[in-house]
Design a protein around this ligand. Structure first.
Ligand SMILES: O=C(O)CCC(=O)C(=O)O
Ligand SMILES: [Mn+2]
Length: 224
């Protein structure tokens, strides 16, 4: 049986593997650490099932080439009550935390050694869903805070590409894994989860973030 400081915490609902802080995946201008099998397979499978059923999933709306595009990929945004954002004049309120997500937040805070107040979840039905090159550098986000990403379900290829010299680093994000990206990664690198025809299983990705509470934006750029 695994024993760890995580398992002793009252909030720990999941079997989490204690980790050795390994090697930085990025050669410069930021740091990103990958933790395979961070959560047990049994817990990952149960959590994915529960998140799929419990959360309110919506299509995402992006502006591309001056037009609004509705994604096939679904998103759910969960955050503290004081975290709102105004988008195209509409104030968006997050969904409240559910106990499983709060427990996971506490465990990933231990891993990243940082606090989070929101979680953006993406549901990729299969390889036809993906996310193009971007940085998580929106004005709402605390630029000094890490972004901690957890993957459930199908293994998908995730890539970093340096903004200036285009160095590219790719890795498979596996079921139960965690990836923590520390500042200033978002400033110098983009990342993507590219589409593929070979994956036919769903995947849920959770990114824990720290946003500045009560931030109001009045332009048309989406938050995430
Ligand atoms: O699905 C992933 O692994 C990446 C998601 C992502 O980059 C985002 O939500 O900003
Ligand atoms: Mn991202």
């Amino acid at each position: 049986m695994l024993t760890s400081i995580y398992a002793m915490k009252q909030t720990a609902l999941f079997e989490i593997t204690p980790v050795q802080h390994g090697q930085n995946l990025l050669p410069k201008d930021g740091s990103a650490y990958y933790y395979p099998e961070w959560m047990s397979t049994v817990d990952s499978t149960q959590l994915m099932d529960q998140l799929e059923k419990t959360l309110q999933w919506e299509a995402d709306h992006l502006f591309m080439f001056g037009k609004q595009v509705t994604t096939r990929r679904k998103v759910a945004w969960v955050a503290d009550p004081n975290c709102t954002y105004t988008y195209s004049g509409v104030k968006k309120q997050a969904q409240p935390w559910i106990p499983e997500l709060l427990a996971l937040k506490s465990q990933i805070e231990e891993l990243a050694q940082s606090d989070f107040n929101s979680c953006l979840l993406n549901l990729y039905h299969d390889g036809k869903d993906g996310m193009g090159w971007h940085s998580d550098d929106e004005k709402e986000l605390d630029a000094d805070s890490p972004i901690a990403s957890m993957s459930l379900g199908a293994t998908r290829k995730f890539s970093f590409r340096h903004k200036s010299d285009k160095t590219t680093i790719s890795l498979p994000l596996e079921n139960g894994s965690a990836l923590v990206m520390y500042a200033p990664t978002q400033q110098f690198w983009r990342h993507a989860l590219l589409k593929t025809t070979t994956i036919h299983m769903p995947r849920i990705n959770l990114t824990f973030r720290k946003i500045n509470p009560h931030y109001e934006r009045h332009d048309n750029k989406r938050m995430y």
